[in-house]
Design a protein around this ligand. Structure first.
Ligand SMILES: C[S@@+](CC[C@H](N)C(=O)[O-])C[C@H]1O[C@@H](n2cnc3c(N)ncnc32)[C@H](O)[C@@H]1O
Ligand code: SF4
Length: 451
């Protein structure tokens, strides 16, 4: 059987499985774990251990049709300005809750489009966060940048506030593809943004690309990649297009007939990975690439790569505090998600409580399964001695599942006394293999395709 047919027979094109940016995944969070749990867990944080902070800006000036992110369109600044006021109120509530002396090791602004904020709001927000959780000496501050929604003044304001990493949205440079996804972004505009970021002293740049978009073919993808490489990013994310119009209504504008078929999608991802490898990038996990001197590549080489809601990270900090609508906090006891809808989030904060509305309290077994899934997603390996070191005897839960996976995926995994390894050819199956260790598969939730 041809390689592609063998992968197909193992579900590559049919399986609908999570991307495992967390385990358990957000759809299984329970409304019983909300603000009360959030307050208790935040108050109990160890002040000597720096935390990471994620801040969500759920606004965009234009709504790209392909996008599945939680965001809303606005042509005026007034809802954005009033949202910043709500974030300040959320921070004031946090201040009353957090232990004194807590510091912030990392901060990430995502969205939506954080660069919809004009300079005065950038300063206001950054200062409000710092006043509640002061940064450590070596802290990292990264921001998602839409090159069509930014200017040198905004970049200067972010750099003044300490931004030292940026992630720019590209997706695809081909005009026909851009038209089909409702996102017009000329190459020159993107290049100017990259130059402005570098001139402002931001030397770590990531670029987001998407494969599987309408009208993408090998020639167009090849051309996009050549242009992306001209920009000399340090990191690349290559996401498979998640077509989920039942979740993201704007995707109903996407012409499904123009979407590449499953094998074409697979070939597009393969081409991109090969081009990045040829250009000197290391492959990181299932969908990232990094120059080998980059901290992400070093983390991958040394077994310190982690998976979080933004994808892959070298951030080993166990606690992530999410601020803003829909953001998820990862706390020592589990996950808490703020109210996903912006109006509901604002209402909760204005009523004087934190906005946690759903979550999950981790059991010992959840923690073990979460680490197994993270190992597979990051290292393509289950390291049994490393699991035993943290969790003690894991054999009753992990061993039977490893045995089942080894049988089912025998062509693509290798089993030895200490490790289960996914082979290079089997890597497209990683999400499917990880899902075998998931005990919380929710009823009726449809995920995007696994390839
Ligand atoms: C919050 S957006 C990026 C920031 C900024 N708003 C921009 O557009 O440049 C995060 C990234 O998620 C990815 N993304 C969004 N929707 C997606 C989908 N349906 N499938 C795969 N990736 C998607 C895109 O690569 C996008 O750059
Ligand atoms: S891709 Fe970025 S700009 Fe476009 S809708 Fe999504 S978050 Fe907004």
């Amino acid at each position: 059987m041809k390689q592609i047919d063998r992968l197909r027979s193992l579900g590559l094109f049919d399986a609908r499985v999570p991307r495992y940016t967390s385990y358990p995944t957000a759809p299984v969070f329970s409304p019983e774990v909300g603000a009360a749990h959030q307050v208790k867990a935040l108050a109990a944080l160890n002040p000597d251990e720096p935390v990471s902070v994620y801040l969500h800006i759920p606004f965009c000036e234009r709504l790209c049709w392909f996008c599945a992110c939680r965001t809303q369109g606005t042509k005026t600044l007034s809802p954005v300005e009033s949202y910043i006021g709500t974030l300040e109120q959320e921070l004031a509530l946090l201040k009353d809750t957090l232990p004194a002396g807590l510091r912030m090791g990392r901060m990430h602004w995502g969205g939506g489009t954080p660069t919809i904020l004009p300079p005065h709001l950038i300063h206001r927000l950054a200062q409000a966060v710092r006043a509640v959780i002061p940064p450590t000496e070596d802290h990292e501050f990264s921001v998602e940048i839409d090159p069509t929604m930014v200017d040198p003044d905004k970049i200067a304001a972010l750099a003044q506030e300490g931004m030292n990493r940026a992630s720019i949205g590209i997706q695809d440079f081909d005009p026909k593809v851009q038209q089909a996804i409702g996102r017009i972004q000329p190459f020159d505009v993107t290049r100017a943004c990259v130059e402005d970021l570098r001139a402002a002293g931001v030397h770590s740049l990531n670029a987001d690309l998407v494969y599987g978009l309408p009208h993408q073919d090998i020639a167009r993808m090849d051309d996009t990649i050549s242009k992306v490489l001209e920009l000399e990013p340090d990191r690349l994310a290559l996401f498979g297009y998640a077509h989920v119009p039942w979740v993201s209504k704007r995707q109903q504008l996407i012409d499904e007939e123009a979407l590449p078929k499953e094998v074409e999608r697979y070939e597009l991802a393969k081409l991109a990975a090969q081009r990045f490898k040829d250009a000197g990038f290391d492959a990181i996990g299932i969908d990232h690439f990094a120059r080998s001197g980059d901290t992400l590549a070093r983390a991958a080489r040394t077994g310190h790569l982690r998976r979080n809601f933004q994808g892959y990270t070298d951030d080993t900090c166990p606690t992530l505090i999410g601020l803003g609508a829909s953001s998820i906090s990862r706390l020592p006891s589990g996950y808490v998600q703020n109210a996903p809808a912006t109006a509901a989030y604002i209402q909760r904060i204005e009523s004087g409580t934190l906005a946690g509305s759903r979550g999950h309290v981790m059991t010992e077994e959840d923690l073990l399964r979460a680490r197994v899934i993270e190992m597979l997603m990051c290292d393509f390996r289950i390291n049994r001695p490393a699991l035993r070191q943290v969790f003690g005897d894991t054999s009753n839960i992990v061993d039977p599942l490893i045995a089942q996976v080894a049988t089912r995926f025998s062509d693509y995994v290798e089993l030895s006394e200490n490790y289960l390894d996914i082979s290079r050819a089997g890597r497209p199956l990683t999400r499917i293999i990880a899902s075998w260790f998931d005990a919380h598969v929710p009823d009726g939730v449809k995920y995007s395709q696994a390839s």
